[in-house]
Design a protein around this ligand. Structure first.
Ligand SMILES: [Zn+2]
Length: 82
């Protein structure tokens, strides 16, 4: 509870100019899934968001402003963990 997450610098594709997904540590996502509340993550800056359904995708990130907040289970399904 109340744990601050260190966000990352957003990286952009040189080809498309779109923000690039940066993979998460599996333990980070697993912790969010076992938490009582719904926690989602921005996949380009790793900002955390509360009240995000496990299968959510494309919510707006309050940290970087991109529409790149995904639910924890969705992140695992898409293989964005290492
Ligand atoms: Zn973000």
């Amino acid at each position: 509870m109340g744990e601050m997450t260190m966000t990352m610098q957003v990286k952009y594709s040189e080809k498309t100019g779109k923000p690039l997904v940066q993979r998460f540590k599996l333990a980070t996502i697993e912790r969010a899934i076992t938490d009582a509340g719904y926690t989602g993550f921005c996949v380009v800056c790793h900002g955390e968001a509360d009240g995000v359904e496990p299968d959510a995708h494309g919510y707006k990130c309050e940290e970087c402003g991109h529409m790149t907040v995904f639910g924890a289970e969705e992140i695992i399904l898409r293989g964005w963990v290492r």
